[in-house]
Design a protein around this ligand. Structure first.
Ligand code: AMP
Ligand code: TRP
Length: 335
């Protein structure tokens, strides 16, 4: 049987945190063996809002190293940088010419981001078309993303279907969003009512970034907002959201069931003990990831070799797809 094809992307801006790891990256790594996978550092998407060039350059390689350090195996999955494969930008232009403007103006992320900025770049409006191309140029069946990206994957479906209808073909596979389960929703440590997020991760005590030092991790957990009680149990009570989040993190990291997690804390003396224990398991979880990331960043020759190989594999799939798209659309291919 043919393996399912998976495509997902992650932006090299902001701070990759424990929520990204537990909710997304760890799942990509765990399921990679059963699928044909393309994992892309989407640097072209980052350009849709202003960037400092040196920072973007650094973060792009650092994120690629982090994906590998988190267990994405370049022998099993294709890991690459979006701008290394020109088919993405080319495919975006061609898809622009079948996508009605109204579809893009309706996207909630665009409406949201554009009202928060003084000057809105054309690329920000076009962001979902670039993303649609990322996905459909690889004939991806599944797109594992967070809830916030579901609308964009649905747009990719619409664009694929529109192309197929316009040109009377079955050329594009219509992809499915695969949304992470609710259990993988990690909340902010400073405010357990909001999702841990990259945009808030610069605020000390909000997030655990995957590259944070042990001292910083301990600091953030010790300061985590809880409640005035002392009972350490899973609960849906909004008052207990802080403790619930800490137990959820502990459970996700240790892989135990909830009864075993609660049993671990039966003898704990209050929330102080809980916070330190959760910090310890997270520090141990991240230690080998950080070590591997450090090695890859020290020897960028290896990293560059892996990324060059990934780009080559990605090109082998997406460039013929773009060429065929051009032919279908009536462009003359070079002889
Ligand atoms: P983003 O941070 O929006 O670039 O998201 C990258 C991936 O991480 C997406 O697939 C999200 O589903 C996932 N993710 C982001 N924040 C969280 C969180 N707080 N808890 C669980 N998963 C998350
Ligand atoms: N827009 C996605 C995000 O911010 C990143 C992304 C770009 C992506 N291209 C993609 C995700 C293709 C899945 C598939 O999270």
């Amino acid at each position: 049987m043919d393996k399912k094809r998976v495509f997902s992307g992650i932006q090299p801006t902001g701070n990759v945190h424990l929520g990204n790891y537990l909710g997304a990256i760890r799942r990509w790594a765990a399921e990679q063996g059963d699928k044909t996978n393309y994992f892309c550092v989407v640097d072209l998407h980052s350009l849709t809002v202003p960037q400092d060039p040196a920072t973007l350059r650094f973060e792009t390689r650092s994120l690629a190293a982090l994906l590998l350090a988190c267990g994405i195996d370049p022998h099993v999955s294709t890991v690459f940088i979006q701008s290394h494969v020109t088919a993405h930008a080319e495919g975006c232009w061609l898809l622009n010419c079948v996508t009605p403007l109204g579809w893009l103006q309706r996207m909630t992320q665009f409406k949201d981001k554009s009202t928060r900025q003084e000057s809105v770049l054309t690329g920000l409006l076009d962001y979902p078309v670039l993303m649609a191309g990322d996905i459909i140029l690889y004939d991806a069946d599944e797109v594992p993303v967070g809830e916030d990206q579901k609308q964009h994957v649905e747009l990719a479906r619409d664009i694929a279907q529109r192309f197929n209808a316009l040109y009377e073909t079955e050329f594009f596979v219509v992809p499915q969003p695969k949304i992470a389960t609710v259990a993988a929703r990690v909340m902010g440590l400073d405010d357990p009512t909001v999702k841990m997020s990259k945009s808030l991760a610069d605020k000390r005590g909000h997030a655990i970034r995957l590259l944070d030092e042990p001292d910083e991790i301990l600091y953030a957990f010790k300061r985590a907002v809880t409640d005035s009680g002392r009972e350490i149990r899973f609960s849906n009570d909004p008052e207990k959201a802080g403790v619930n989040n800490l137990l959820g993190i502990y459970q996700a990291v240790t892989g135990q069931d909830s009864a075993a997690v609660e049993a671990d804390f039966a003898a704990a003396r209050g929330y102080g003990d809980l916070k330190v224990r959760v910090a310890e398991v997270v520090i141990e979880l991240l230690r080998p990831i950080q070590a591997r990331h450090g090695e890859l960043m020290d020897d960028t020759a290896e990293l560059d070799r892996i990324l060059a190989h990934g780009a080559e594999q990605a090109r082998a799939v997406s460039q013929p797809k773009v060429d065929e798209m051009k032919r279908i659309m009536g462009l003359v291919l070079p002889g």
